[in-house]
Write a protein of this length. Sequence first.
Length: 476
Amino acid sequence: MTNDIEPLYNSIEYSLAISLSEDERSMLNHKVCEILKNTAVGVEIVGLKNLSKWRHNKKCLIHESHRFFKVVGLSAEIGSNKWNQPIILQDEIGILGLICTHINGVLKFLVKLKIEPGNVGLVQLSPTVQATKSNYERVHGGADCDLVDIFINPPKDCLVLLDNLLSEQNSRFYRKKNRNMLIYIEKFSAPNNYEYHWLTLGQIKDSCAQNNLVNMDLRSIISSINLFNCSHDATYNNAKNIIPNNNLYYRSLLVLDPIRVASLINWFDEINAQVVNHTNIIDLASVVDWIYDGHSIYHRSRKHFSVIGCRITISNREIGAWDQPLIASRSIGVIVLMMKRKKDSIQLLVQLKPEVGCLKNVELSPTIQTTNSIPKNPVDMSIYNFYALNKYRATTTALNSEEGGRFYQEQNMYCLLTGEDNDYYSLDIAIENSLDYKWVELGDIVYLINRTNLVSQQLRSAIAMIGNTNFPTRYV
């Protein structure tokens, strides 16, 4: 199977080029309606003290099995700021797995239209498999997870294009990792189930630009897909020659310079070593400024987020009914990724952002990532002001839901802002001496997603939305 990787480069390029037609869009909408019609779904907010099989004690909010996840207290210090907060502690590593194969000569990806209790609209496109360790080990006592064995023990005749541990929302999860996997299986037949659907890479990217259609986990995997998901340098060099000269997005994925990547990692390491990011797990009962009233856990200012209890019915899941806590945000966040065109590539303006749940002290993050739009320093102020004045140049804007299995209808407004070098002249002056912001090559970042755990979930989600239509005119 290894010898078949070179033809995959042509396939990925062609798969990226096939967009979501109106017929395909209508078919997806029809499937969503049919799933909702044929599935009993209920999400009722109940008091935390009334959750079945969950126990609230001094230390944490925990399931009686001591599996799944728990809500604990956290003492945090980032820079000069100190605070306490609840946070999700989920030590288990889940599997986010996507299967691809050729169908009538076109490379397609098997997505699942999955209901999660916290999803806006309930049904969203998800990976082929999306399962916590507790779920696929059937701690809930329900049915098996479909197709999960393919990712636990990949068949010998498959090709593993991606297998990497990547983080989730670091302000809500404490050092959470999921195993992101992409597997190519020749002549794979999907289960005869209405919930599964084959889409090209271009169609998935188009779907990411629609409000609340593609879930966080599928966006994470899609962000990693490039034209060299392997370590074969010869194949990578050959792939350069098959990409059309007028296709800026595709060529961006091939602009990979090992020296530049090493410099990018050095920048990360230097800032990571300088940032103060001290955290300690503490008793949930000891969290300062947070109130537990039996119904929920919330900040005394009524800002930030709250922990609520939900009684859930989803008849097509491995277990049809259960209770669990969910995190409910108080506001819609704003995620902005600024991009500019170079001669043969796309560059992204990224920041090194510290968050309490980071595996390290910082992660590579979008240009702007905020829930309150309050700048923390003069450079942030310049960037926010630049965005406010240049919103009209956004080529893609969409509301995207975050993890629907842990968050209750949490959304971020994602915005891709594009331009030429001269469009960013005033901003480049403002960030010239900043240690936290840098223009980087798209191809380098996608490479790092494949090989490291340095790229945040929010930046991966924004990259999943990037397509050739973001730079529609010819470049020179």
